[in-house]
Design a protein around this ligand. Structure first.
Ligand SMILES: *Cc1c(COP(=O)(O)O)cnc(C)c1O
Length: 453
């Protein structure tokens, strides 16, 4: 058995600025449109639900945006996060490839999501916001924002997709421990929730519905803002600390990745790791292959359409151009709840369309098998979402075994799976199946895309 190889940075190496890929894009992103007028929106349109500082970041073209000291002070609790070389996994696979992973499960909420939650809570507090409404699928974003709310003294109200509310009582307990209020969505506390319940009393909910409820609460209350845990430019910006640290750690290792891999739900952990490397490629030509991995049962990048679409079911959000399966599509209930979203970050969509990101999809069972192989070799039980990145990394390492090439692979281990043990129990008990999405439902959802311009 070989020793653990870990690359740790001192605290002073926590990045002082986030990296904004908007500054390096070969073509700018298409504009965000108002859901009513279908005209490009300005900062004032967003001020109803977001604090000013966040809106500025959403629209910024600056390459570097300073991380406020109070945010860095909280980051110090777990950042810089460790980067490991997966020596035992390499040996188990018999591959000449070198496999590295950045581990974001060391945050107090157990995933990368805290990187943006802390920043968003800080800006809201600074602008006098008393309460933040948000949604959560599997509960990782809700837990992260609940943590941030406790640290910055802001009330947090989380609309949690009903099926997860029932299946993941411990995520809910964690949010409530941090003082957040957790409401099963669809609920009877909002108009959008009541509209869904009137039509489907037994609805188990979806991220799209939960977003509608949270946005509605923020829009109707002056003291309340809304926060989103992925997809938007400012969230991807906050996550860039992952890749900025990883660049320094790869340098410590005397290596540079041939490929960078991340799983994609809304795109934030993938972008967080990949964008600083991709920016380097865009500026200096240093090649890196960026692989975005999604579930075959919710194949937004590989089977979706690049089009203007809403972020939610009730169509309260602005229209963004992204790869989408249609806002009416409800993905089947596979266990990587954080990857069950109909859309994809506009920046990730744009770069995929430009051929700078290579998307692929894998099925649930092969991802759990990969996650368990990883856990046995490396001693960390991954979140089901992260298993998708692991599956792709193992696939690439196996290709190296066949070709004899010693490529350097870097992937993001976005979180641990300690709240997902029911999923592992089901997998080990032979109860999980590969789920297929309903193609006619996607076709219908795509046919319902808004017509623009
Ligand atoms: C939420 C989540 C994801 C998916 O969201 P992205 O915005 O695509 O990163 C992936 N992994 C973990 C552990 C998550 O909590």
């Amino acid at each position: 058995m070989s020793d653990t190889v870990k690359f740790l940075l001192p605290e002073r190496e926590i990045p002082k600025s986030w990296y904004n890929i908007a500054a390096d894009l070969p073509e700018p992103l298409p504009p965000v449109l108002h859901p009513g007028t279908k005209q490009p929106i300005g900062p004032d349109d967003l001020a109803v639900i977001f604090p000013r500082a966040v809106i500025e970041q959403e629209m910024s073209q600056e390459r570097e945006i300073e991380i406020p000291t109070p945010v860095r002070d909280v980051y110090r609790q777990w950042r810089p996060s460790p980067l490991f070389r997966a020596r035992r996994l390499e040996q188990a696979l018999g591959t000449p490839a070198k496999i590295y992973y950045k581990y974001e499960g060391v945050s107090p909420a157990g995933s990368h999501k805290a990187n943006s939650a802390i920043a968003q809570a800080f800006y809201n507090k600074q602008e006098g916001v008393r309460r933040i409404a948000t949604e959560t699928g599997a509960g990782q974003w809700g837990s992260s924002l609940a943590l941030a709310g406790a640290l910055f003294d802001i009330d947090i109200e989380v609309y949690m997709v009903k099926v997860s509310f029932q299946q993941k009582p411990y995520r809910r307990a964690m949010m409530e421990t941090f003082g957040a209020r957790c409401i099963a969505s669809p609920s009877d506390t909002t108009e959008s929730g009541r509209a869904v319940l009137a039509e489907h009393p037994d609805s188990t909910g979806s991220l799209g519905i939960a977003i509608s409820e949270a946005v509605e609460v923020a829009a109707k209350n002056d003291d309340t803002c809304y926060a989103l845990g992925s997809v938007l430019n400012h969230v991807l910006l906050h996550q860039s600390v992952i890749g900025l640290e990883a660049m320094k750690q790869m340098e410590m290792a005397g290596d540079y990745p041939d490929m960078v891999i991340g799983c994609t739900g809304g795109g934030s952990n993938f972008a967080g790791l990949a964008f600083p490397f991709l920016g380097e490629q865009l500026r200096s030509g240093r090649k890196v292959e960026c692989i975005a991995v999604e579930p075959s049962a919710c194949p937004t990048l590989t089977k979706g359409r690049l089009a203007y679409d809403y972020g939610d079911t009730a169509h309260l959000t602005p229209l963004v151009k992204m790869f989408t399966l249609g806002s009416a599509f409800v993905p089947p209930g596979f266990h990587a709840g954080g990857l069950r979203y109909h859309g994809m970050a506009p920046q990730v969509s744009h770069l995929t369309n430009l051929g700078l990101i290579d998307p692929r999809s894998y099925n649930q069972l092969e991802c759990f098998a990969a996650g368990i192989q990883f856990a046995k070799a490396e001693g960390i039980v991954p979140a089901p979402e992260a298993n998708h990145a692991i599956r792709a990394a193992i696939h690439e390492a196996e290709k190296c075994r066949e070709s004899g090439e010693a490529k350097t692979i870097l992937f993001n281990l976005s979180g641990h799976g300690h709240f997902d043990m029911q999923a592992y129990t089901d997998y080990l008990g032979g109860k999980l199946k590969d789920l297929v999405y309903d193609e006619s439902e996607v076709a219908m959802a795509l046919a319902g895309l808004p017509s623009v311009g």
